[in-house]
Design a protein around this ligand. Sequence first.
Ligand code: F6P
Length: 328
Amino acid sequence: MEKPIKKIAVMTSGGDSPGMNAAIRSVVRTCAYLEIECVGIYRGYQGMIEGDFAPMDARSVNNIINKGGTILKSARCLEFKTPEGRKTAYDQLRKAGIEGFVVIGGDGSFRGATIFNKEYGFPVIGIPGTIDNDITGTRYTLGFDTALNTVVEAIDKIRDTASSHNRLFFVEVMGRDVGHIALNAGVGAGAEEILIPEENLGLERLLESLKRSKKSGKSSSIVVVAEGDKTGKNVFELKQYVEEHLPIYDVRVSVLGHMQRGGTPSAFDRVLASRMGVRAVEALLEGKTNLMVGIIDNEIVLTPIEEAIKGHTSIDRELIRVSDIMTV
Ligand code: F6P
């Protein structure tokens, strides 16, 4: 039977996340299995505009399942936000005979994909790849699990110094708009307090909590702060505030930064990436478009990209309760 699509492309876009390579591998191998051509687009939408393409076969993704980052490189591309940029991208795809693409990325990448799909009717399927876990239509995004484990491991190490020197540490973790990493890592690493953008604790409550913790006999403390938290202007201001109001504390700050995005993907992220890649290619061949692959209740599901990027994912309130109980 004649295949509806004979050549598809795969690319990574936006911030890299562990598991992206495993997803590229899955897309490429599924194409090989189904005997359709696959093309890698380098540097996300920037590479699409510039026609930076390379054919990929089953062997071109050998030995990457365990690698962090993305072999296709990634970029945030302003030009694709313009109609002219998207027109050039469309012309490049047509010239290369590409009939659909899989984009692995976060909400910014999906926004571009859905606009492109509307303008040109070009088949697109998204795979959520971001450590922030801030995309609806999936319980987990690729890289979140690995990043969580990285953060917990880092906090375990910081705890050694905190307890040896009786110190209070503010540990800043990623999460520009959401607190999923902070909340989960905070519970997993046994933090005293977790500050997230979704809940403004307020400086007063933070002080009260730290006072209580001292009184209860704790000699050291870890406070996990999501990058986007609004309690203070930033972690350094929090440090200053606590030092001024609770001089009993010897305070330090540790900003974990981009180390959270790197490293070997966890088993969970590799399996998830493999499952998502297969479904993405199958969906394109079924004539589906403008959808994102996700996982809900351990089932691989498809959600309209527009819905996936609409709102913010809500924070797990049960985890907040668990954290409160644990810090008695
Ligand atoms: O990948 C998402 C994210 O980790 C955000 O939490 C963070 O604010 C952002 O990336 C920073 O990325 P970059 O330095 O690449 O702009």
